[in-house]
Design a protein around this ligand. Structure first.
Ligand code: ATP
Ligand code: MG
Length: 262
């Protein structure tokens, strides 16, 4: 199971919107089953999921302290992808979430203030030797500030070639527990999410292949060290196992929904 995490210190940059949309798009593209993991105490992703009629993607609500155990449970249940939503903060808990992630998405609106606040997230990802990608969200088509933002961000890391523009259907679909792919399937918004997922999925596949190669006992040690000298050290720094969550675990929620559906 691969783990994709959406993080930004700044509030309202589109973390929850992107989590919901990418999870549904991954399912539509046949890259599931997908489990969403809401680690934000605000519970916005869970509220969206509660409004949903479709039983996919699944949802787990947990805390950073219980995250590794929860991810183990999800893996055992056969999920191929977990997408984690996080609160707007840079805390030790966020560092713990980063440590269990394969790829980090940093959503950024095209404003100088938003761009400035990405640096702390980038620092955390770098410290854990984790791959990250900036996704520009809520862009305005004719404003030069979007390209200025892309150029500025590209000095610090990879910027997704798919930019998400500001459109009402992103907000209205989320209120209904759905996504633009389900509400406005022939729209520009849908095309942007399809392109974004295709790009993120390709990145995830590359990370997966690299991990398999590096964990293959037949890989020469000299090659292993040369390609990624810090990887072994980082894997030692992962979150230690903790008591499983007693409330809101994935298994109970999924069962409830399935029973309701039947
Ligand atoms: N591309 C978009 N176009 C229009 N509205 C958007 C877009 N992306 C997000 N929004 C709206 O912006 C608001 C904030 O989005 P969202 O809740 O996803 O951000 P967030 O980063 O998760 O916020 P928080 O930091 O509070 O968790 C919501 O009302 C959402 O509907
Ligand atoms: Mg949110």
């Amino acid at each position: 199971m691969q783990v994709l995490t959406v993080i930004s210190q700044k509030g309202g940059t589109g973390k929850t919107t992107l989590c919901g949309h990418l999870a549904v798009q991954a399912e539509l593209a046949g890259n599931g089953p997908v489990a969403l993991v809401d680690t934000d105490p605000q519970g916005s992703l869970k509220k969206w999921w509660d409004e949903r009629e479709d039983s996919t993607p699944a949802l787990s609500q947990t805390t950073a302290a219980h995250l590794q155990t929860e991810l183990g449970n999800l893996k055992q249940q056969g999920f191929k992808l977990a997408i984690i939503d996080t609160p707007p903060a840079i805390t030790p808990a966020i560092q713990a979430v980063i440590s269990v992630s394969d790829l980090i998405i940093i959503p950024t609106r095209p404003s100088p203030h938003d761009v400035k606040t990405t640096s702390s997230t980038v620092d955390l990802a770098d410290r854990s030797d984790k791959s990250f990608v900036f996704v520009i969200n809520e862009a305005h088509p004719k404003e030069g500030i979007t390209s200025d933002t892309a150029i500025t961000l590209s000095q610090y890391g990879t910027v997704s070639p798919s930019i998400i523009h500001q459109r009402a259907d992103f907000a209205t679909s989320m209120v209904e527990g759905r996504t633009v792919m389900e509400c406005t399937p022939d729209s520009e918004s849908t095309r942007e999410i399809e392109t974004l997922w295709s790009y993120i999925n390709t990145r995830m596949e590359k990370i997966h292949k690299r991990a398999i190669f590096q964990h293959n006992p037949n890989t020469p040690r000299s090659f292993d060290r040369r390609q990624n000298p810090d990887r072994r050290q980082n894997s030692d720094r992962r979150l230690v196992s903790v008591t499983p969550p007693t409330r809101g675990g994935f298994g109970r929620r999924k069962t409830d929904k399935n029973i309701a559906k039947d």
